[in-house]
Design a binder for this molecule. Structure first.
Ligand code: DLL
Length: 434
């Protein structure tokens, strides 16, 4: 099923909508948001200079620092009284990024999330358990409103208290799970410890995952744990842009469809800022076309992706974003080599004897970068044989060397000994900057 006709428009129709909305948004931010006016004045740009979609690239970027500098409400284009909701993203350093919604923004956000839930196979018959943390994070309430709008039965269990989550899951007959991929894995593991087989004893058949990446091997882990017939999709968003609802995978699993009547994606070279031709990989930049409270022009997400304009078998015509390779600020430079944690994950999860939980520790010893990867083995009997453990470590090391071109120290650790996550996982500790 396709939720909205805007998902199937021709390119010309989509572009007409985008241009009209872009002109209106630029005019509004120029009039209402001093920080945008100052940036545009600096380069001599006026709203009337935007006459085609190609003019978008002339507009200045918005970056995280703009939110910090204008904390809390300086980038807002409406008076505070018009807001019906505020969220914030919990930055690890400094002030959080504050975002807000008018009543119309809430409708638009909800509508976008509903589209994405439908893309992932959700229907009004589903019992949807939302295991994102409720609170200032946009994930939980975003999915909550979208699924409720669809008519699904929403259970706002939030994150944590995993045994109780499983009790509800069983007793309510939950069919749809909303979580970060790492928490979904953890819930599945705890189920097994409680003697519950998720495949047989639970009814969960749809996983709408997001808030962090899910590599293909990680998706395979989900099938192993929750059942081969589970519909496992991921969706993407960001607080600054709206929260969840920017894009999502359909059941063809070939990238995430962008809700293009509300967001224009571009891919830029992260170093030069130049827009790259369609199909090339680079930093994702998004312009929000419909937001009243917090219009955002050319936001540099730091997420790395690629845009695919070819038609999708599902019938949607919207551009797809390739599932993210990571964030530019996640990229580790180890002895001069660029390494994305997703590359490491793909290698590790391809080794049958180890589980999907890992930790990457980067350090510097005698002026040389070092990388240690702790990963759990799944088979307890390995503990009885040092020789077997040693051979496994060696084989993982050589697989990583082929992919990364780097030596990493591998430390196999006992099952269930690494930290588990109820929200977004933290896999990397970089001690070089501490
Ligand atoms: O994570 C919004 C969201 C919630 C999207 C729930 C989907 C589901 P923030 O907390 O502001 O917002 O974090 C945004 O999370 O820039 C990405 O780096 C990462 N991220 C979100 N979804 C995905 C995904 C929400 N599907 C940041 N794949 C983004 C990879 C993702 N990374």
């Amino acid at each position: 099923m396709i939720w909205a006709k805007e998902e199937t428009l021709s390119r010309r129709e989509i572009e007409e909508i985008q241009l009209a909305k872009l002109k209106a948004t630029v005019a509004r931010v120029y009039e209402k948001v001093p920080a945008y006016r100052a940036k545009m004045d600096e380069i001599g740009m006026k709203p009337e200079h935007v006459q085609s979609l190609a003019d978008l690239k002339k507009l200045p970027f918005t970056v995280k620092k703009d939110f910090r500098d204008n904390y809390p409400f300086g980038l807002f284009a409406v008076p505070k009284e018009e807001l019906v909701r505020i969220h914030a993203s919990s930055g690890t350093t400094g002030k959080p990024t504050v975002v807000g919604y008018t009543r119309n923004d809430m409708k638009m956000w909800t509508e976008n999330v509903t589209r994405i839930a439908v893309m992932g196979g959700a229907t009004e018959k589903d019992v949807a358990q939302i295991c994102f943390g409720y609170g200032m994070f946009t994930g939980a309430l975003g999915l909550h409103f979208g699924l409720e709008n669809l008519g699904a039965t929403v259970c706002p269990t939030s994150s944590g208290n995993t045994q109780k989550q499983l009790m509800y899951m069983k007793d309510f007959g939950t069919t749809l799970l909303v979580a970060t991929p790492s928490y979904a894995l953890h819930i599945g593991e705890v189920a097994k410890e409680m003697g519950i087989d998720p495949k047989k004893d639970l009814k969960v058949k749809i996983g709408l995952f997001g808030g962090e990446g899910m590599t293909e091997p990680m998706r395979q882990e989900m099938y192993k744990l929750w059942g081969e017939d589970m519909k496992v999709t991921q969706n993407y968003g960001m607080s600054e842009l709206i929260g969840p609802g920017v894009s999502g995978e359909c059941l063809e699993l070939c990238g995430m469809h962008v809700n293009e009547d509300h967001f224009i994606p571009e891919i830029i070279d992260p170093v030069t800022g130049e827009v790259l031709p369609p199909g090339e990989k680079g930093e994702l930049v998004i312009t929000c076309l419909s937001k009243e409270a917090l219009p955002v022009i050319r936001y540099r997400t730091k997420d790395i992706s690629r845009l695919m304009y070819e038609p999708c078998k599902c019938g949607r015509t919207t551009v797809r974003m390739e599932n993210l390779s990571g964030r530019s600020d996640d990229m580790l430079i180890i002895r001069g080599v660029n390494v994305f944690p997703t590359q490491i994950e793909e290698v590790l999860l391809g080794v049958p004897e180890i589980g999907p939980h890992y930790e990457i520790i980067v350090d510097r010893k005698n002026h040389l970068d070092t990388m240690e990867i702790k990963v759990e083995f799944t088979d307890d009997t390995l503990l009885d044989s040092y020789a077997k453990l040693g051979a496994l470590e060696k084989s993982i090391k050589s697989r990583l060397k082929v992919v990364l071109g780097l030596d990493a120290a591998i430390k196999l650790v006992a099952p269930r000994s690494l930290q588990r996550f109820e929200g977004k996982a933290k896999r990397v500790t970089d001690l070089r900057n501490m």
